[in-house]
Design a binder for this molecule. Structure first.
Ligand SMILES: Cc1cc2nc3c(=O)[nH]c(=O)nc-3n(C[C@H](O)[C@H](O)[C@H](O)COP(=O)(O)OP(=O)(O)OC[C@H]3O[C@@H](n4cnc5c(N)ncnc54)[C@H](O)[C@@H]3O)c2cc1C
Length: 435
């Protein structure tokens, strides 16, 4: 779907559905522009004003206070002249009347609407998932419920060995629980890590006391006489005690509202490069949207969407405006004491990638770079990750790293020196000419 539509006039009433990370960031971006819409209303289903969802992991681990997560409080919204409606879920959108209704029977007219409804945790089709004691890890209420569960019980089972599952497992372990972690794949963080880095991570986490099961098939969850979850049964007959189970196998975009309004929805709400849905008056961004078949689970691309949409809403006729384009994203794990940085493919393409790797078992360092024609396409760093952002920058720029190849695995400082030398020695370089 590619289309260019007339965009909003600054005098219009803009309604943002969802006061999560994308919805809030959009508000900040709009306020930074003098041409911001005259009237902005934000409606959020959660009762708390927008908070930093990323920090739920350190909150669960007891490393952070709840107040530290708040992005802006309700008073700030009021001071900015923005109407903030919390604890209400938008249930219907009447597109022909440009009117929406919430589950509290509030009706609101809009000129332009932004859907920033995020996503919800995916649930595997496993018997017992509906039992009391089975949790997800998405919002403040979930973090509270997990902290309470950790006070009551001693055994937890976390389903999912990706970023979220690992952070939940570590959080519960730090709260004193015996935690078993189930990963269907044969390695942890299989979307980000190669086997070597995944094994290093596994060894580290096992050393801390996590009971990790890779290539695990969860058959069902069992209940005790009170109907409370009490165990997880695996395909190989293993039975793991569980006072509490956390499901962290992935996320599903929240599209029900868009779908019921008749917008084009695939896995997410389909948008074009201007974050416009199939209705020119309605935009979508963040984890609820889908662009060129891609859906989202990290904030970095969402921040870029915010900038594109804010610009579009405030300066619809701006010359040379840039639409949203897809770019690679780097991943970090927020488990204290573990440093990981990764981007690009997890495994080399046979015949396509050249692999450079370095390992220092004593220091616990591991680096693996994937190069194609001298250009960096992927990196996995474990231990010393300081050069991660530099590698990522080189990959994004598509820079030919052949001149610094001998120092490439040593890290940013050494490699950059060689790159600079090569640039200075190049016959066309201004430095050479000046000399
Ligand atoms: C524990 C945890 C750790 C994470 N760590 C990282 C990390 O380290 N790095 C990273 O990049 N990302 C991380 N993420 C992901 C990141 O938080 C999300 O990508 C980001 O929050 C997405 O923003 P969003 O606004 O699209 O969705 P959300 O932040 O989920 O906001 C959506 C909001 O819309 C509301 N809503 C939904 N439907 C309606 C409706 N019909 N009416 C009104 N309101 C509605 C929801 O209640 C919610 O408040 C983490 C996520 C979690 C849960």
């Amino acid at each position: 779907m590619r289309q260019r539509h007339p965009a909003t006039a600054p005098s219009e009433h803009l309604v943002i559905v969802g006061n999560g990370m994308a919805g809030h960031r959009l508000v900040e971006a709009l306020l930074a522009r003098p041409e911001r819409p005259a009237r902005i209303t934000v409606i959020g289903a959660e009762t708390t004003p927008a908070y930093n969802r990323i920090l739920l992991s350190p909150l669960l681990a007891g490393e952070m206070e709840r107040e530290a997560l708040t992005l802006r409080d309700a008073a700030w919204y009021a001071e900015q002249g923005i109407e903030l409606v919390l604890g209400e879920r938008v249930e219907t959108i009447d597109r022909s009347a440009r009117r929406l209704a919430t589950d509290a029977d509030r009706e609101l007219d809009y000129d332009r609407l932004v859907l920033a409804t995020g996503s919800h945790p995916a649930r595997p089709p496993v018997p017992g998932l509906e039992l009391p004691g089975v949790h997800v890890f998405r919002d403040l209420n979930d973090a509270d419920a997990l902290a309470r569960a950790a006070e009551r019980g001693s055994n937890a089972v976390v389903i999912g060995g990706g970023l979220l599952g690992l952070e939940a497992a570590e959080g519960l372990r730090k709260r004193g629980m015996q935690v078993s972690l189930l990963q269907r794949d044969d390695r942890l963080m299989n979307r980000q890590l190669d086997l070597t880095a995944a094994r290093l991570l596994e060894k580290e986490l096992r050393g801390r006391g996590l009971d990790i099961h890779t290539a695990a098939q969860l058959e069902r969850l069992e209940a005790d006489v009170d109907g409370q979850v009490c165990a997880a049964l695996l395909g190989d007959g293993t039975r793991l005690a569980a006072d509490c189970v956390v499901v962290a196998i992935g996320i599903v975009p929240n599209t029900a509202l868009a779908r019921s309004a008749g917008l084009e929805v695939n896995r997410g709400v389909v948008v074009d490069e201007w974050l416009t849905t199939s209705d020119p008056s309605i935009h979508a961004l963040g984890e609820c949207c889908e662009f060129e078949g891609q859906t989202y689970g990290l904030v970095e691309p969402i921040w870029r969407q915010v900038e594109v949409l804010a610009e579009r809403l405030c300066r619809p006729d701006a010359e040379g405006a840039q639409g949203y384009t897809e770019k690679p994203t780097a991943t970090k794990l927020k488990v204290s004491g573990v440093s990981l940085y990764a981007f690009g493919p997890t495994d080399p393409e046979p015949g396509g990638h050249e692999v450079l790797s370095y390992r220092d078992p004593q220091q616990g360092d591991y680096r693996r770079l994937l190069l194609r024609d001298g250009r960096l396409e992927g990196a996995v760093l474990y231990g010393d990750t300081a050069s991660g952002p530099w590698y990522f920058e080189q990959a994004l720029a598509g820079r030919d790293l052949t001149p610094c190849r001998p120092a490439l695995l040593l890290g940013a400082a050494d490699a950059q020196l060689l790159l600079d030398d090569a640039l200075n020695e190049s016959p066309q370089s201004p430095a050479k000419e000046a000399a």
